[in-house]
Design a protein around this ligand. Structure first.
Ligand code: C2E
Ligand code: CA
Ligand code: CA
Ligand code: CA
Length: 277
């Protein structure tokens, strides 16, 4: 036993190796979790600023383990992006949302467009567009009810290739949302060349609304987006003051805890029934 302890000690002393082992374990668990359908979709409603109606939602993944505990995406998305598992996960979430939309449409419910996150890892992958096209086709869901959220970092890599990809996605009927706008490296000039439909103003801007400089920045970004015919969705709106400020500026939609947190499917379904005026 003494000998074993020594071996273990040498083993665990090695931080790097331990991290690798933990990552490998998590990776294996994620693969099994996908097979066992432990990944579920939460929906966070988006509200129109003028009407305060439900106008859309974002699909956000949750890992519901067999023991009933829930793992938040921050705990596994970074690794999934690193090891490529994210391709399977994003496709799965997209397919799940397609399935739901189909069900709601067939049940005669009034549906709203739902945006799904897309890791930049897929974008430059040749089969990606066909796979997503096939999923909407199979589900028989009009593409206008499915939207794609890309982060700014996706745009940083290869603008020209990205424009072609977005053009194709547009021709298939998808809207493209730029996620976390303002957190990446891109310049405002990028907005001129990338055909984005909706700009999602990052929470960090919204949080800065009570600072005069922060206000000027938010104001300029919204004005610029409008001049370029993009809609603006503000993320992470938590207070009435933030909401009022954004409403006055002409921001189009609001997503944040002030209106609603991400919620399980059944709860969102109830909102669909009562919430669209
Ligand atoms: P995100 O795409 O920026 O999603 C918005 C995040 O902000 C969500 O966190 C949401 O719960 C949170 N949020 C929304 N409103 C508020 C608010 O008013 N206050 C605060 N404090 N937070 C708010 P969540 O669900 O933990 O997701 C974190 C991130 O994980 C997402 O950020 C996204 O980057 C990633 N993610 C989630 N689901 C997926 C997915 O299916 N695929 C991919 N590739 N990434 C995903
Ligand atoms: Ca997002
Ligand atoms: Ca975001
Ligand atoms: Ca974010």
């Amino acid at each position: 036993i003494k000998g074993q302890d020594d071996v273990q000690y040498a083993f665990y002393d090695d931080d790097f190796r331990q991290r690798m082992l933990q990552e490998k374990l998590l990776e294996d668990q994620m693969k099994l979790a996908l097979q066992h359908e432990e990944f579920i979709v939460y929906y966070q409603p988006k509200y129109g600023v003028t009407t305060e109606n439900l106008v859309g939602a974002e699909a956000l993944v949750r890992w519901r383990k067999a023991d009933g505990s829930t793992v938040m995406p921050g705990k596994f998305i970074p690794l999934a992006e690193k090891n490529g598992f994210i391709s399977y996960l994003d496709k799965y979430i997209f397919a799940e949302v397609c399935k739901k939309q189909k069900e709601w449409l067939e049940a005669g419910k009034q549906v709203v467009p739902i945006s799904v996150n897309l890791s930049r890892r897929h974008l430059y992958n040749d089969s990606f567009i066909e796979e997503y096209a096939q999923m909407v086709e199979e589900a028989k869901v009009p593409a206008k009810y499915m939207q794609l959220e890309l982060t700014e970092s996706a745009i940083f890599e290869n603008q020209e290739a990205l424009c072609q990809i977005i053009d194709r996605l547009h021709s298939m009927g998808f809207s493209i949302l730029m996620d976390d706008f303002g957190t990446g490296y891109s310049s405002l000039m990028m907005l001129k060349s990338i055909p984005i439909d909706v700009l999602k103003l990052d929470k960090s801007f919204v949080d800065d609304f009570d600072d005069p400089k922060g206000q000027k920045i938010i104001t300029s970004v919204i004005e610029l987006a409008q001049a370029l015919h993009m809609e603006v969705t503000a993320e992470g709106v938590e207070t009435k003051e933030q909401y009022e400020f954004l409403r006055k500026l002409g921001c189009n939609t609001i997503q944040g805890f002030y209106f609603a947190k991400p919620m399980p499917e059944e709860e969102f379904e109830r909102l669909l029934i009562e919430g669209i005026g």
